[in-house]
Design a protein around this ligand. Structure first.
Ligand code: SF4
Length: 293
């Protein structure tokens, strides 16, 4: 009942109602087959798909096919994918077409594996992608998301789900990549009064995050840190979630290599001091801050 009430409340507030059609049916220990409740021809609005190397966390460097759903129930001021949140865009894709795209995804071998000899002989130096990353926006609010995750996993892909962890939805995955949004993520109240209040109300539902963690066999909890003022809040959230320090990944806020370098001087030592992993946002170092990476 609580979920239904929350959904109604959101609609009353005029906030885009992108939540899962009936999240109440997906609580507890229900099996991934719950996804069968969603019609097989379900379409999801997708902001973009692309093949790249994972740039963050325990799978950094792994070639992956990224599926970015469009729409988010939060509005971080620093969002680096506004085309999936503030100004959502994208076309409808069926789950079958997304699976087909994932199965055809490949990328060149890393430079150290593709030799000049391979190239001169015309050897196929591309490798087939075996990892899929479901990201957003907020993928958990997309209708049909559990079915998409189930379909990809049943096809043999390693599935990572990147989420802010604000919605209690049951889905299968091989790695839950949870990114709780800290107080400093809230947009300016004067500029965005409705979203500022809604974001603040939604951003840190600890009970929901604990549910997501309890259903996952492998997790990483990522924090994007803007300033040392956020250290106490991070330590509080880690304690509330009761996750091991080794599952916590600390990343600098920044969209340029210079910003990443500057943050590393004060952030990496703090992460090390607490036994957390420190994680650059390697996609920015590899490709710069641009779409499709
Ligand atoms: S949760 Fe992620 S996608 Fe949503 S607004 Fe924040 S940074 Fe953007």
């Amino acid at each position: 009942m609580v979920k239904r009430f929350e959904i109604l409340k959101e609609r009353e507030q005029g906030v885009p109602a992108l939540l899962y059609p009936d999240a109440t049916s997906r609580k507890g220990d229900s099996a991934p087959s719950d996804a069968s409740l969603v019609a097989s021809n379900t379409r999801l609005r997708i902001a973009e798909t692309f093949t790249s190397r994972q740039g963050e966390g325990q799978l950094t460097g792994v070639p992956s096919f990224f599926i970015r759903t469009s729409g988010c129930n939060l509005r971080c001021w620093f969002c680096d994918t506004p085309y999936a949140s503030w100004k959502p865009e994208g076309k409808q894709f069926t789950i079958d077409s997304l699976l087909n795209d994932a199965q055809n995804a490949s990328m060149p071998m890393a430079d150290d594996r593709a030799t000049d000899e391979d190239s001169s002989r015309g050897t196929d130096t591309s490798i087939r992608v075996q990892h899929v990353v479901l990201t957003g926006g907020e993928p958990l609010i997309a209708a049909g998301f559990p079915e998409l995750a189930t379909t990809l996993q049943n096809a043999g892909f390693h599935v990572t789900v990147e989420t802010a962890g604000t919605v209690d939805v049951d889905f299968p995955c091989d790695l839950l990549s949870l990114s709780p949004k800290l107080r400093g993520s809230t947009p300016d109240a004067a500029e965005h009064p409705t979203w500022s209040q809604t974001h603040e109300e939604r951003r840190m539902p600890v009970t929901t995050m604990r549910q997501l963690i309890s259903r996952s066999s492998n997790i990483q909890v990522k924090f994007v840190v803007d300033s040392p003022d956020e250290f106490d809040e991070i330590l509080g959230v880690v304690a509330d979630l009761e996750v091991a320090a080794s599952d916590v990944w600390i990343m600098p806020q920044g969209v340029t290599v210079a910003q990443l370098d500057a943050a590393a001087t004060w952030l990496a030592p703090w992460a090390s001091e607490h036994g957390f992993e420190y994680c650059d946002r390697m996609q920015i170092r590899w490709y710069g801050n641009r779409r499709g990476t």
